[in-house]
Each structure stands twice: as structure tokens, then as C-alpha cells.
Design a protein around this ligand. Structure first.
Ligand code: AMP
Length: 392
């Protein structure tokens, strides 16, 4: 795979796929511009070398229809504040007006396309749409690590319709760190998985059984595993259609030399609201009207010991409903243990990254990935569709 620094971009029309999927407030203002800043090194490198730069991204889930609330215009405005170059916002993603604006771009100038997901063809990786995106483009650069687990037109379809292609700096940084964890992890390698959605992560857990030395489970995911073993988990969030798969994973873990940990104690509440009365329990079943909202202190201690011995750590997903102060202790405790471990530590996913920042531990983590889903899939499959497309 070529990287940016291998490419000649002077005077070339460059299509740069970034991840400008920034969170917006009710008024449409950007709440956090980290994702825009994360691609600045690539953008600046290209512009300083005289590229004529077309930037594309998705934002939110417009489901194939133009929706002004999910326009990339605020992102283009913010970009214009961050760089001295001329930045123009396109009225569309493809079409005659966009073609005219592309053709008129000067060296060191930027055209930000509208949200690529305003077209349903984007997520379908439609060949005609990919060809339209590629029209007139000399070089394709992918810096959207966080979108590269999706085989979409602006990530995958466009790649082999353009003469030259390569990865941006953000993509390279992500892949370099993750490669270290996947291909040559220094042992012990500990994976910590939490969050709510088991279905998203179960295949990944399965693939980690052959790789990691220890797997620590927290968050709502733990209750699906506990219920799969026939234990009563009260009103805890459970994915009932994943119980069988959870059993398969538990069996596989037992047969392999991986130590698979479920929480030893739990923080329970009657409702997932701030100020709710909580109770710490070690034994199941839970009372029928209570739900697990966090891992308990014994679990934090036990997980902390496994983490302290680790040399490589991958963490995705909070240990509880950490958005509520009273239920955040488990997640913060794990964040502290990871930070103190001295291991190569990779944290992926918006929630775990937010927890690390909230605890003021950002500088103590080796790498905070910009892509939650993408980093998980990379760990499991050792590549992503967006990376394979660049390698062709
Ligand atoms: P995910 O997107 O799968 O990583 O899930 C993240 C979400 O999981 C966060 O919003 C957490 O509040 C939520 N979560 C973590 N633990 C629990 C739990 N015990 N019950 C319900 N939701 C949880």
C-alpha cells in the first residue's frame, strides 16, 4: 500500500476521503472538531505540495436522502478557519455543478463535497456512483480510517477507478498501531470489551480467542453471557437473539488457552437514571426488578490485576452506563488500570475514548483510535475493506 509521501500530487486533482462525521448540537454547530483536526496533517501536506483537493465525507445517517441538518457545510466552515487556503463548499456530491467546481480548482485550493450519504448509492457501493465520484480524479487518498470497515463507494468503489491511490497520515498512524497489536502483540495481550451491543462484537470476541491471552468482559454485554449460562439477570439489557452465539463463544473460550473473564460483582439499580439507589451484588440471580449498570469493585480489582500484567492492551466499550456519574466507577477504574499498566495500549470507540479523556488519562494511552467499529474489525480480520482497496 502506498502512503501519501510516495505520491506526486502537484497540480493533480486529488480525492481525499476523510471522516468529518463530527457531532453537531441542536443548532447545527460543531460540538467537537477533533475529527477535522485529525486529518489536518494530510490536508496540509497535500495543499502545500500543490494538490487541487476535493474532500469527501459522510456525516450522520441521512439514509440516502439530502438532509440540510446533516450538511457538511459546518465542517467546511471549520476547515476554512483552520487552514489559510481557499475552501469552497459544493452544493452536491456529484453532477454538472460539482464537475465545474472540480475543474475550476486551483493548486492549493479545496472543494468540500456534500455528505456522500445523501445518495443511497454510497452505502451500496454502486459502480455508477463510484465512477461519478472518480470523474476527473488523478489521485485517491483515504484518510478515513473510521469508515474503512465499510465497503462504500467513496471508500472502496472509487479506489480502482482512479490511476493512483494511497493512505493518508491518519490512516497510516492507525494501521501502524493496530498492526502491532494484531500481528506481533507483545504478550500478555489483554482485550477488554464492553458496551451494549453484543451482536456487533461477538465475531470479534471469537476471533480474539485465538489471539489474546485474556479477555475481560464488561458492560451490558456481560449480561448476555451470564443469561446464556442460565443465570437470572433481572431487567439488565440482554440481546436475547445472541444467547446461543454467546454459548458458542464461551465453549470456544473454554477449549482454548484464553482466560475469559466475566464480572464477579455488579452494581445494580432499578432504573438507568442519575440518583437511582444502587446495590452491589456478587451472586446471581439479580432481583427481578433490578438491572446491572456497572461492574462492581471486586471486578475492578480483579480486572486491574490482569491489566497490570499486560504488555499489550486493546479496549473497546465502557464497563457500565458511564454517562451517569454513579455508574461510571467501573469504566474509570479500568481506564486508570490501563493508563498505569505501561503496556502498549489501544483504546477504540467513542465511549471508551470519552471515558479516558474524562478521567484525564489521555496522555497515558499509547493510541486512541478514531474508529471504534473500524479498530475492532481490524483487530479481528487483520485488514479492512478500505485498506484492501488501496492495496490492489
Ligand atoms: P457500544 O456502542 O456497544 O460500545 O455501547 C456503548 C453504550 O453501552 C454506552 O452508551 C453505555 O451506556 C452502554 N452500556 C454499558 N454498560 C451498560 C449496561 N450495563 N446497561 C446498559 N447499557 C450499558
Amino acid at each position: 500500500m502506498d502512503f501519501l509521501t510516495d505520491l506526486d500530487v502537484k497540480g493533480k486533482l486529488v480525492f481525499l476521503r476523510v471522516d468529518f462525521n463530527v457531532p453537531l448540537d441542536d443548532k447545527g454547530a460543531i460540538r467537537d472538531d477533533n475529527r477535522i483536526r485529525a486529518s489536518l496533517p494530510t490536508i496540509q501536506w497535500l495543499l502545500e505540495r500543490g494538490a487541487r483537493l476535493v474532500i469527501a465525507s459522510h456525516l450522520g445517517r441521512p439514509k440516502g436522502k439530502a438532509d440540510p441538518k446533516m450538511s457538511l457545510a459546518p465542517a467546511a466552515e471549520r476547515l476554512a478557519e483552520l487552514i489559510p487556503n481557499k475552501v469552497t463548499m459544493a452544493p452536491d456530491v456529484v453532477g454538472p455543478e460539482v464537475a465545474r467546481l472540480k475543474a475550476g480548482l486551483g493548486e492549493g485550493e479545496v472543494l468540500v463535497l456534500e455528505n456522500v450519504r445523501f445518495y443511497q448509492e454510497e452505502e451500496k457501493n454502486d459502480p455508477g456512483f463510484a465512477a461519478q465520484l472518480a470523474e476527473g480524479i488523478d489521485v485517491f487518498v483515504n484518510d478515513a480510517f473510521g469508515s474503512s470497515h465499510r465497503a462504500h463507494a467513496s471508500v472502496v468503489g472509487i479506489a480502482d477507478r482512479v490511476p493512483v491511490r494511497g493512505a493518508g497520515f491518519l490512516m497510516k498512524k492507525e494501521v501502524d498501531y493496530l498492526k502491532k497489536a494484531v500481528h506481533t502483540p507483545v504478550k500478555p495481550y489483554v482485550a477488554i470489551l464492553g458496551g451494549a451491543k453484543v451482536s456487533d462484537k461477538i465475531e470479534i470476541i471469537e476471533s480474539l480467542i485465538g489471539k489474546a491471552d485474556s479477555i475481560l468482559i464488561g458492560g451490558a454485554m456481560a449480561y448476555t453471557f451470564l443469561k446464556a449460562q442460565g443465570l437470572g439477570v433481572g431487567t439488565s439489557l440482554v440481546e436475547n437473539d445472541q444467547l446461543e452465539v454467546a454459548m458458542v463463544v464461551l465453549d470456544k473460550a473454554r477449549r482454548n488457552a484464553v482466560s475469559f473473564h466475566l464480572p464477579q460483582d455488579h452494581v445494580l439499580a432499578r432504573a438507568a437514571v442519575a440518583g437511582a439507589e444502587t446495590r452491589i451484588v456478587e451472586h446471581l440471580p439479580f432481583p427481578e426488578d433490578m438491572m446491572g449498570v456497572d461492574i462492581g469493585p471486586k471486578t475492578v480489582e480483579a480486572y486491574g490485576q490482569v491489566i497490570a500484567a499486560a504488555k499489550t492492551i486493546f479496549w473497546n466499550g465502557p464497563m457500565g452506563i458511564f454517562e451517569i456519574e454513579e455508574f461510571a466507577k467501573g469504566t474509570i477504574g479500568v481506564a486508570r488500570a490501563v493508563a498505569a499498566s505501561g503496556a502498549v495500549s489501544i483504546v477504540g470507540g467513542g465511549d471508551s475514548a470519552a471515558a479516558v479523556k474524562k478521567a484525564g488519562l489521555r496522555d497515558k494511552i499509547s493510541h486512541i483510535s478514531t474508529g471504534g467499529g473500524a479498530s475492532l474489525e481490524y483487530i479481528a480480520y487483520e485488514t479492512l475493506p478500505g485498506i484492501t482497496a488501496l492495496e490492489k
